[in-house]
Design a protein around this ligand. Structure first.
Ligand code: PHE
Length: 486
């Protein structure tokens, strides 16, 4: 049963999509993960590789996903099915949509726990619960925060409730309205924090740390981390961008909007680094703090600096908002699928999904306390969700999408939907056929532990392999198409 008599919701304008998609892309991945990954993987060199990955894999995959969404006008499952049947191909490809929807849901199940940390630290900042004088005190506070399942559960439940409340209100009244003030607010707060950093005395050091290009530190591990992070940070292959694309008005340019989102996402990540590291350096702390960088070192720094409580509050408000505008995007695919296929209202769909989410995320939350011993093959439930989604489902889903668009579907569908000038279209096609799949395969080769690819000095080889694959691919592609047609 479908309720497709009603016209599908749309963003009010191009900015609606750009803001919502940027809100989805900018999250804990940018503000918490990107800065410390940059620190671990050689600063400027990592930043450079990451930018290449965003351009070579992220942008083409994002364009493909948005095109799927807008052409299919539905949740990932329905949209992919419509687009493949339009080309006369097997509807079994909609499995890709199922995987994306599941992936978004699984990411959200652990994401709400981390977002809950942010909310709880905001509360600690407001209520003065962060008083301590040394790193040890901060570690103790972090541990205590995790130890009590009722405490940690309270915060992740709060995030779940807030997410469902926004999504339940609908595309324009809920998502578009909330991101249209949260995103600018977040940027203003980041700018204030950077402004503080400029005068804190640690800015020069932070700048060098982030942008000094040190080729010696370009490891294969760092390259792979950059590639994987490009997927996560742009919210790819998890239903989020595809579903948001399904609300994009017909006239908007997919290429231009994709670039806007990718650039905004990258800028926020760099700005987050410029906001966080001056504080760390000015207070003589180590940049390699990992998860602790945010939740253990930063509060300490906030205490040491003048007006620190105020800046601390600003920081955690910003982080909570960034997390929330991402979490709503992870569940939108599921909610829109339920609304389109089960004949229920959006509100019912949101709360129904919320209940299941609450159960799964509670299990993930318990990994930090009651379930500390519940491991399978050395991983907690929380770690499994992270591992399965980022190492397997996202790369696999992205690979399926680009191969589908590049080799299987009628070329007119995407030519029409993307509406690019011939030169740009040829470039997009080259990227989705060869460059992006090759990049994704690299993640797999690493994940499977088959080989650690060593690139540093082997770029010419990589280019030669790419040229060879392109040649063979172009020669085989009509046959490939017939075989894959199903
Ligand atoms: N891009 C988000 C971040 O950087 C995470 C995310 C992944 C959001 C998948 C939606 C879908 O935090």
């Amino acid at each position: 049963m479908t309720t497709e008599q009603q016209p599908r919701a749309q963003w009010l304008g191009r900015w609606g999509f750009v803001l919502a998609a940027t809100g989805s892309a900018v999250g804990l991945g940018n503000i918490w993960k990107f800065p410390y990954m940059t620190g671990e993987h050689g600063g400027g060199a990592f930043v450079l590789v990451y930018l290449v990955c965003i351009l070579a894999v992220g942008v083409p995959v994002m364009m493909t996903e948005i095109a799927f969404g807008r052409r299919g006008r539905g949740s990932p499952i329905d949209a992919v099915r419509r687009v493949v049947t339009e080309s006369g191909r097997s509807s079994a490809w909609s499995l890709l949509g199922w995987m994306a929807m599941l992936c978004g849901f699984m990411i959200l199940s652990f994401y709400v726990v981390v977002a809950g940390w942010s909310f709880s630290y905001l509360w600690k900042m407001l209520s003065g619960g962060l008083n301590g004088s040394g790193v040890d005190d901060m570690v103790a506070i972090f541990v205590a925060n995790n130890e009590n399942p009722f405490n940690l559960g309270f915060w992740s439940t709060l995030v779940t409730l807030a997410t469902m409340l926004i999504v339940g209100k609908g595309v324009q009244a809920g998502i578009e309205k909330s991101v249209s003030w949260m995103m600018p607010g977040m940027v203003v707060m980041l700018l204030i924090l950077i402004g503080y950093g400029v005068f804190s005395g640690g800015f020069g050091e932070a700048w060098r740390f982030l942008f000094s290009f040190n080729t010696g530190s370009l490891s294969s591990e760092g390259m792979l981390a950059a590639l994987g992070h490009a997927f996560f940070t742009l919210s790819l292959a998890s239903g989020a961008i595809l579903t948001y694309g399904s609300y994009l008005p017909a006239g908007a340019s997919i290429g231009r909007t994709t670039f806007s989102v990718a650039i905004a996402d990258t800028l926020v990540a760099l700005m987050a680094g410029l906001a966080i590291f001056p504080i760390i350096f000015a207070n003589g702390m180590s940049p390699e703090g990992g998860p602790g960088l945010l939740f253990m070192s930063l509060p300490l720094a906030f205490q040491a600096m003048p007006l620190g409580t105020l800046f601390g509050i600003l920081f955690f408000v910003m982080l909570s908002m960034a997390a929330l505008t991402s979490s709503i995007s992870m569940v939108e695919a599921t909610v829109s699928w339920l609304v389109d296929n089960k004949g229920i209202t959006r509100r019912t769909a949101a709360w129904g999904t919320g209940i299941v989410l609450w159960l799964v995320s509670t299990l993930a939350m318990l990994s930090f306390n009651l379930g500390a011993d519940w491991t399978l093959a050395g991983r907690h439930f929380f770690d499994w969700l992270d591992y399965l989604t980022s190492r397997w489902m996202m790369p696999l889903g992205g690979l399926g999408m680009v191969l589908l668009a590049g080799f299987v579907l009628k070329s007119e569908s995407f030519r029409e939907e993307l509406g690019l000038a011939p030169y740009w279209h040829a470039l997009w096609l080259f990227m989705v056929r060869y460059v992006s799949p090759l990049g994704i395969l690299v993640i797999f080769v690493d994940a499977l532990g088959i080989a650690r690819l060593e690139f540093g000095v082997h770029w010419p080889w990589l280019l030669a392999v790419l040229a060879l694959i392109t040649l063979v691919g172009e020669l085989l592609s009509p046959r490939l198409r017939r075989t894959l047609a199903g």
